[in-house]
Design a protein around this ligand. Sequence first.
Ligand SMILES: Cc1cc2nc3c(=O)[nH]c(=O)nc-3n(C[C@H](O)[C@H](O)[C@H](O)COP(=O)(O)OP(=O)(O)OC[C@H]3O[C@@H](n4cnc5c(N)ncnc54)[C@H](O)[C@@H]3O)c2cc1C
Ligand code: FES
Length: 254
Amino acid sequence: MKLESAVVISNTKVYENTYVTWFHAPELASGVSPGQFLMMHCSNDRRDPYFARAFSYHRIDGERFAILYAVVGRGTAFLASLTGGDIVQAYGPLGKGFRLPGERGNLLLLAGGVGVAPMVDTAERAVAAGHAVVAMMGARSAAGLLPAGHWPADVEYITVTEDGSSGLAGRVTEALGEYQPWASRIYACGPNAMFRSLAEVLRHNGRHQRPEILMEENMPCGWGMCYGCAVFTRRGVRLCCKDGPRFNLFDVFP
Ligand SMILES: Cc1cc2nc3c(=O)[nH]c(=O)nc-3n(C[C@H](O)[C@H](O)[C@H](O)COP(=O)(O)OP(=O)(O)OC[C@H]3O[C@@H](n4cnc5c(N)ncnc54)[C@H](O)[C@@H]3O)c2cc1C
Ligand code: FES
């Protein structure tokens, strides 16, 4: 884990209330595996007692990295207000990320809402390693979808909306269709409700796909000091920040 002053390169609204911010920070951008996260101090005031906030690595490019986030409160509003040259204190990379297979396979990436953030970096690495990748993103409506141009060209991108305004109608876990038997491995990030229904869909015919999920808990410290991020698993209590955020789906939703 490294602590570094990350310098803002650009800050762009990409859809609805969701932004992508690129930073220059050689230390924070090195040695990252897909699905890891970092903690960002979302304030200019060093005396501010406010906790740092957790964000997944969305993309990495040499000494630069990007986060993708929805503005939901004070910290994310601060990030959305940043402009080029601004500086944010951050520490990372943290946690355990996805394990991509060594042999070539068919990878199905499932994203619910802002759970799409770590999936683009995951897709880029998977494509570079020679895997076939289908990415499926679910949102309430078309306005909540990551535009297709943000994915690597070789990824097949399927959108699913609850109101049917783009792509397939319904929820991601109802739309797996032919892609579920096609997949050799499944990776997911989104709300717990999505994981619960994914476990139901895969319980009888998807265990061999060893689905991995990235979980979110409130994380005051991000590196195992405060015990504020407990996750109850089949193997006992685990810390989301240190033992996760990657878990085996069926360990948490048996
Ligand atoms: C490992 C990890 C990775 C994450 N990656 C991303 C990411 O890539 N993009 C992104 O947009 N968000 C991500 N989050 C969630 C992000 O940390 C919260 O959205 C952020 O802390 C909100 O800060 P805020 O000050 O803007 O909102 P606050 O004012 O603190 O809260 C606003 C609302 O968001 C809820 N909230 C706050 N923190 C969390 C949290 N950790 N999990 C769930 N709900 C929360 C609060 O209960 C409240 O309803 C991640 C969280 C974790 C634990
Ligand atoms: S966030 Fe402090 S122990 Fe996990």
